[in-house]
Design a binder for this molecule. Structure first.
Ligand code: SAM
Ligand code: SF4
Ligand code: FES
Length: 341
């Protein structure tokens, strides 16, 4: 373990080293507490709050794991109007939150210009914008960046090429990587990340995810358990477990010390204290759900998703309470990636 840690510091860690750490439980406590220490040293005690608006659950894709996939007929679909989205953004800004995440399925209804106009309006509220709307044209990425969008979340889902291509009948890992590199080149802070517990994914595949995140030098890293959805082809799969997911979050922090790493909603959905545990294992970001009703319960990626029936903006107060109960500090500014010289 000590030898591997030295290699990580010298940037010479190998995929075999990571596979070994993932496959044994011997060093779990050590890995988690080291990640917490590194988090404190590099990104401090602040936890950044990113308010998420899930503005459309229409999706033209058919990722095998996701409840929003186009062939799922057991879902009541909705689209928020740009005016509704903007109103929500105003409310979020009034509450002094400094980042808004606009997330949806891959929904071409929102054209280049609709989103451009929305970005212009929301930026006037002095708030950072993160887009999380799937793969779009490179030209659109450019226009939205020039208009004021700051960040783009698009998980790589799994860095095992064969598994990625199986899970995404209309996409390839090669293409996903190209999009992430393009977004970076254009100047976005990019967010990659993976699910843990996908069918056919073992320590070797998870080690590939970590090597990929390191190679990409991802600014944000979203990691959560895969939770099987009964309305998808993966309904009978086992799904991810808490212990492994926490370890992958911790290793991501150790490998990429300055990244912004959320304690994901899926962690909270897997275990009542899943997000608190993630915040103690390297995470420094939390994303309260600000999708308004009546839409919120219909953004069902997986069963038992938390926060679906909470009162309107109450997730903000809830995450603030969580942050202070862990003796951490509520982030007050945009919470962009820290630069180390
Ligand atoms: N459509 C956009 C995209 O795919 O990037 C953004 C929305 S998508 C629903 C956000 C994330 O949800 C995906 O990157 C995926 O990792 C996660 N997700 C989807 N289905 C899931 C499941 N069954 N369990 C856990 N996470 C899931
Ligand atoms: Fe659509 Fe994203 Fe779900 Fe894939 S993960 S089906 S692109 S919403
Ligand atoms: Fe939604 Fe706690 S964050 S209820």
């Amino acid at each position: 373990m000590q030898e591997i840690l030295k290699k990580i510091q010298k940037d010479s860690v190998t995929i075999d080293d990571l596979e070994y750490l993932i496959s044994t439980d011997k060093y779990n406590d050590e890995i988690l507490s080291l990640a917490d220490e590194i988090r404190g040293k590099y990104v401090g005690n602040e936890v950044h709050i990113r308010a998420i608006i899930e503005f459309s659950n229409y999706c033209k894709m058919d990722c095998l794991y996701c409840g929003l996939r186009a062939p799922n007929k057991n879902l009541k679909r909705y689209r928020m109007t740009p005016e509704e989205i903007y109103k929500r953004a105003q409310l979020i800004a009034q509450k002094n939150i400094k980042t808004i995440v606009l997330q949806s399925g891959e929904d071409p209804f929102y054209t280049t210009d609709i989103l451009k106009d929305l970005i212009i309006k929301i930026k006037s509220l002095d708030i950072a914008i993160t887009l999380s709307i799937g793969e779009r044209d490179f030209e659109e990425y450019k226009i939205w960046k020039e208009t004021g969008a700051d960040r783009y979340l698009m998980r790589h889902e799994t860095a095992d090429e064969k598994l990625y291509n199986y899970l995404h009948p209309h996409d390839t890992f090669e293409n996903r990587k190209l999009h992430l590199l393009k977004l970076k080149e254009i100047g976005y802070e990019i967010g990659a990340g993976c699910m843990v517990g996908l069918p056919g994914q073992g320590p070797r595949e998870l080690a590939k995810d970590l090597m990929f995140l390191k190679e990409l030098d991802s600014d944000m890293i979203g990691i959560g358990p895969f939770i099987p959805n009964p309305d998808t082809p993966l309904k009978n799969e086992k799904g991810g477990d808490l212990k492994t997911t926490l370890k992958i979050i911790a290793l991501a922090r150790i490998l990429i010390p300055t990244a912004n790493i959320p304690a994901t909603t899926a962690m909270g959905s897997l275990h009542p204290f899943g997000r608190q545990m993630a915040l103690k294992a390297g995470a420094n970001v939390i994303m309260p759900n600000l999708t308004p009703n009546p839409y919120r319960p219909h953004y069902t990626l997986y069963p038992n998703k938390i926060c679906l029936f909470e009162k309107d903006t109450s997730c903000i107060e809830c995450v603030k309470g969580m942050i202070t109960s862990l003796n951490r500090i509520i982030g007050k500014n945009y919470g962009s990636r820290v630069k180390v010289s």
